[in-house]
Ligand binder design. Structure first.
Ligand SMILES: [Zn+2]
Length: 317
């Protein structure tokens, strides 16, 4: 059987990534551009069409379909965009229908975190698996749930908001308004706050200011310091990993997936954060699934683009 191809589009608030992907998960070529979110939707859609066309011309490959990832839920089969903080002004745009009109291929629209999870579950060297949870540690804590090789949406499309499960009754207030969400313990601001506090306590590097707002300390800088062996940074990652582990233990109790894939900037610290998470999982979840669940770092390049193309190919086959 001949090889099949699809285009994967990751329409972020800042960056636009468009890739040509084959059905074995090979990213043949990737185009990066600023996200056209400051344009009107009609102009922005024309920009995407032109970039996709340039990709088709430069690869000489004819795709069967395209998948588009957006930073929020797609509310219907036309891929209509709801109110998204990163795409203001695009509310109500039937993205799939509008792109289909411009490209004349089948178009699917899906939440970007769900697509990244799907990409990892199909083609991730570490994370591959039919039953998988992906947790992305970034500014927020996002995620996706793959069951039986398919994205699990839930009744209204809100499944996979893993960062907003409560892990502490009286924990800090989360950006969503709830108290004690996983994101309030393992999101970027929480990690930086913890790092600042511990750096002061350990008497390590002196900084002029400390806090999420000083912009000086970042999760990546903490990860680097931990890799250099600085104790305050190792302790920061250890504590963060424990909170992550509480969340993962809850997910294992509910879903008993085979693989938990952790990605995002801080996940680059690898074992420095996952070892603590695993220990916490073993303390809290039933022993058999706790021991059997693989908790690994997702390292697939462009999982969102690959997942978008993968979903598009599945829908048209
Ligand atoms: Zn929350």
């Amino acid at each position: 059987m001949s090889q099949r191809f699809a285009v994967g589009v990751d329409l972020g608030g800042t960056n636009l990534r468009i890739g040509m992907v084959s059905d074995d998960g090979t990213l043949i070529r990737l185009i990066r551009a600023p996200s056209p979110t400051d344009r009107t939707p009609a102009e922005g859609l024309d920009v995407i069409r032109d970039l996709v066309q340039a990709l088709v011309d430069s690869t000489g490959v004819i795709p069967e379909a395209a998948g588009v990832g957006i930073p929020g839920p797609a509310v219907d089969t036309e891929g209509t965009i709801d109110m998204l903080p990163n795409l203001p002004g695009w509310r109500g745009v039937p993205l799939a229908a509008e792109l289909r009109r411009r490209l004349s291929w089948p178009i699917v629209v899906e939440n970007d975190a769900n697509l990244a999870a799907l990409g990892e579950s199909r083609w991730g060297a570490e994370c591959r698996g039919l039953d998988l949870i992906m947790i992305t540690l970034g500014t927020g804590v996002g995620g996706g749930v793959i069951l039986g090789g398919r994205i699990w949406h839930g009744a209204l499309g809100y499944a996979g908001e893993l960062g907003h499960m409560t892990i502490s009754l009286d924990g800090p207030v989360c950006g969503c308004g709830n108290q004690g969400c996983l994101e309030a313990f393992a999101g970027k601001a929480a990690i930086v706050r913890r790092g600042c506090r511990l750096r002061e306590r350990w008497g390590g590097t002196v900084s002029d200011g400390c806090g999420a707002e000083d912009g000086e300390l970042t999760p990546a800088a903490i990860a680097e310091a931990a890799q250099r062996g600085e104790e305050w940074a190792k302790e920061t990652l250890d504590q963060t990993g424990r909170y992550l582990g509480v969340g993962i233990a809850n997910l294992i109790c509910v879903l008993n997936v085979g693989t938990v894939c952790v990605s995002g900037g801080i996940a680059g610290a690898g074992e420095l954060i996952l070892a603590a998470a695993r220990k916490e999982v073993l303390r809290r979840a039933f022993a058999t699934p706790a021991r059997a669940t693989r908790i690994v770092v997702g390292r697939l390049p462009e999982p969102g683009v690959l997942g978008a193309a993968g979903l598009a190919l599945t829908r048209v086959s």
